[in-house]
Each structure stands twice: as C-alpha cells, then as structure tokens.
Design a protein around this ligand. Structure first.
Ligand SMILES: [Zn+2]
Length: 223
C-alpha cells in the first residue's frame, strides 16, 4: 500500500535520494553508548517515513545521517503504545523480543518504491552491506541487520536495522543505546572503548523482528 504521504515524499525527495545513493561510506569508526534521556518521538520530516512512525529519539541523529546518504523510506519504527495514547506502528507483525518494541529498530524500503529486487534497491543493498559486511556479523552500533539471507527480509522486501541496546522489557526504553556519532547527537556520551558500561548486556536473540513491507504487495506474514 502506498500512502499519499509516500507519494508526496517521492515527488519531493526522490531526486535527492537517488543522487546520494552512489555515495560510498566508510563503516562507523567509533560508536558510543547513550545513557538515559530516551523518549519515543515522531520521526522527523528530514527522514522519509510512513506517517505516524516513531522511534527512540537517541537513534534519530543516526537515522538522519543515513537518510542523507541512502535513499531510504522507513515503513515502521516503534511498535507499541504511543506516548500520547493510541498505538504506534504495526500490530502483531514483529517477532517476540523485537527491537521494534523498544523503538530501536526500523524497517526500510527504497524511497522510490519497488516490490521486486531491481535497480531501485541498489542504495538499500549498499546500506545493508555497510551495516553488515559479512552475514550475521553486523558492525556496531547495529545489533541485528535483516536483509538477504534472512527470512522475510532482503532486496525487494525490506531491510531491518536494530541498534545495540541494554536489555529492556517490551514497550520500555532501554537504559542505554549504542549509536555512531552524527550531527545532532547528544553530548556527554561515553566512548565505548574507554569506558565499558557497568550496565546490562545487550539482549541475545535471533533477530530484531520481521515486518510487512510497504511496497511488497505481499500479505502480512504475521511474524
Ligand atoms: Zn523490522
């Protein structure tokens, strides 16, 4: 389903997104763990997204950085009770323990939609390889990357990115979130290498979750 907002974004932004898709970016050279001050917030307009999508604000600078370099469109972020009531994100479409329940994962498709693995996915594939150069070995700050080789994900379906974070219950904010430095990020962050946190370890688990795709033309998988 392509919503009006998506069409509007495409009309305004596809040229910019397509132009930036060719940029080759080095992997994050340094990541930091951001403690506290989390909140579930609407995704800013500078990051193309489906209307109503929200995330933990601590990953917004990273997402903005990515959106400036890759032609992304976020189809789902936080899934859970919205801070102002109601519901944010999809219902019942993510696996148990999904990082979507903590606002620390996003599902991504090309800014120019396509339900088949064609040239429109080139920038998304490049982003996936940037975040996970080797299958099942994502580079920090990413905890789990779902793409080619992962059931329910991949070119023509969607890319899932999870940020590394402290163990947190469903619908609760994580004590810390790992990010890479990006403009607009919070100050006072602790370099990962020099100050290992005395905080809960990141959750172990198979994945950050599955989601339906905006463009896939596929039935919701229910997982
Ligand atoms: Zn996902």
């Amino acid at each position: 389903m392509i919503r009006y907002s998506a069409i509007l974004c495409i009309a305004l932004l596809c040229a910019v997104g397509a132009g930036s898709a060719s940029a080759a970016e080095p992997p994050p050279s340094e990541t930091r763990q951001v403690f506290g001050t989390g909140a579930i917030v609407p995704i800013p307009a500078s990051i193309p997204h489906e209307a109503g999508d929200m995330v933990d604000k601590r990953i917004v600078p990273d997402l903005r950085w990515i959106a400036q370099r890759y032609p992304i469109y976020v189809t789902d972020g936080y899934s859970g009770p919205a801070p102002d009531g109601g519901w944010s994100g999809c219902h019942g479409c993510h696996v148990r323990g999904s990082d979507h329940y903590n606002g620390l994962a996003v599902d991504i498709v090309p800014l120019v939609p396509s339900s088949t693995c064609d040239a429109k996915w080139t920038g998304i594939t490049r982003l996936a390889h940037w975040a996970e150069p080797v299958q099942n070995k994502p580079v920090l700050p990413f905890r789990w990357v779902g793409y080619d080789g992962d059931a329910g994900h991949g070119c023509g379906h969607h890319l899932h990115l999870s940020w590394n974070h402290a163990v947190a219950k469903r619908y609760e904010l994580a004590e810390w979130v790992e990010v890479f430095p990006a403009p607009g990020g919070e100050t006072g962050r602790k370099p990962r290498a020099s100050q290992p946190p005395k905080t809960p370890k990141a959750p172990r688990g198979p994945s950050g979750g599955l989601s339906i795709s905006r463009t896939g033309g596929l039935s919701p998988r229910g997982d």
